[in-house]
Design a protein around this ligand. Structure first.
Ligand code: FES
Ligand code: FES
Length: 158
């Protein structure tokens, strides 16, 4: 089994690691870096619980090898809050009760941030389509949509 030396910037901090070729990005984050906010739901690219941002684009980190992130920049849910202030999407999920068990929430928030980056003022249909790669077993999605609408409004006012 070959080992590779990689360096990845995660939430603004540079990390070096020696990893096996087969190590998945989600395992690098959770096990090597102790960033357990990124969840593993299905391990087969269906649920979106493992969604993180890699070089400005969202990926399902259960289907990306750690070596593919070499030299890259990753943002996880732990990187959303800045200087102790919640990101508007975090505020939105809190204010609009956008979670129940919370298992899907980190991935939902990263997908929401990517959506709002591309489309700062999405319609309800666009929000539902933008989050269609993320599954939630608890909420029925309505309050998740409201959370994204809250964040969109707040980010436009900023
Ligand atoms: S754990 Fe990656 S998509 Fe479900
Ligand atoms: S809040 Fe439980 S899976 Fe979404």
């Amino acid at each position: 089994m070959s080992t590779h030396h990689i360096h990845v910037t995660v939430n603004g901090t540079l990390h070096h690691a020696d990893v096996e070729s087969r190590l998945l990005l989600v395992h690098l984050l959770r096990e090597n870096l102790n960033l357990t906010g990124t969840h593993i739901g299905c391990d087969s690219s269906s649920c979106g619980a493992c969604t993180v941002m890699l070089n400005g684009r969202n990926v399902k980190s259960c289907t990306v090898l750690a070596v593919q992130a070499d030299g890259g920049e990753v943002m996880t849910v732990e990187g959303l809050a800045q200087n102790g202030a919640l990101h508007p999407i975090q505020e939105g999920f809190h204010q609009e009760h956008g979670l129940q068990c919370g298992f899907c929430t980190p991935g939902m928030m990263l997908s929401s941030v990517a959506l709002l980056k591309k489309n700062p003022n999405p319609t309800e249909d666009e929000i539902r389509w933008g989050l269609s790669g993320n599954l939630c077993r608890c909420t029925g999605y309505n309050n998740i949509v409201k959370a994204v609408q809250y964040a969109a409004k707040k980010m436009q006012e900023a």
